[in-house]
Design a protein around this ligand. Sequence first.
Ligand code: PSU
Ligand code: MN
Length: 304
Amino acid sequence: MNQYLDINPEVAEALAQGKAVVALESTIISHGMPYPQNVETALAVEQIIREQGAVPATIAILNGRLKAGLTKEEIEYLGKQGQAVTKASRRDLAALVARGADGATTVTTTMMIAHMAGIEIFATGGIGGVHRGAETTMDISADLEELAQTGVMVVCAGAKAILDLELTLEYLETHGVPVLGYGTQELPAFYTRTSGLKVDYQMDSPEELASFWKVQRELGLKSGVLVANPIPEEYSMDAGAINAVIDLAVAEAAEKGIHGKETTPFLLAKVKEITGGQSLDANIQLVFNNAKVAAQTAVAYCKL
Ligand code: PSU
Ligand code: MN
């Protein structure tokens, strides 16, 4: 057992008994949404996972400990800290642990810690990817590299059009990461159900996803898999309107010289600022929807 890892007792018991567990990230809490909606959403997501018969494990780094499963108080703490907490990617892990510091885990570090704990299914909102203009900035999220090397199924609502979605798919293809559309042939673009880009395979039920995952593991394929689950129709946004907002945000980031790990939080905050509450509502609903599919898949996977 990893000496730096604390598995919450409820999560540890579920894993020991072969029960369904779903990992959740914490950057979405600290950097992805404002307080108090971030805490309310994080707790509601855990509840949705429980209702499906699985155990939630929200992941973070607290006082230098890698945590798989947080208490309500710990979620509340991260939500209140917001952007004051370090956004922890792969390269931050050792420094934060060595210093006994806190870190909110991105998709990358959530996958890493989930994998250390033996959790194979993870639900989130959107992943990082290849940024627009990456041919000159080289800004490619570590999330894609993690998907290439860590065996965790990530259920998301696609990726935001703040990214170059076409290049993001190319990158995943090169690295052998399967992209599965849940009930769709198209890659959803977070706020919208379509992007005009095709996924590799359409899967229509949690059982189908679970069977796929079992084979992927048994074949010894070490990579993760990306499940792209479209936002429910009733919460989806108008593509023209949201894309115009995203274009403004991307232009402002370039003008201000925003780069590195600040880029994604800057773009997310800008989009939220311009669209007001509407994008936040959509964001919350799609996370709920992903949590449900991930939990149902985890339950189906345990039965195989
Ligand atoms: N995209 C979103 N919401 C998010 C993130 C991305 O729509 O909250 C967060 C996730 O934690 C993701 C991280 O792993 O940003 C990616 O950051 P970067 O692009 O710097 O790799
Ligand atoms: Mn980046």
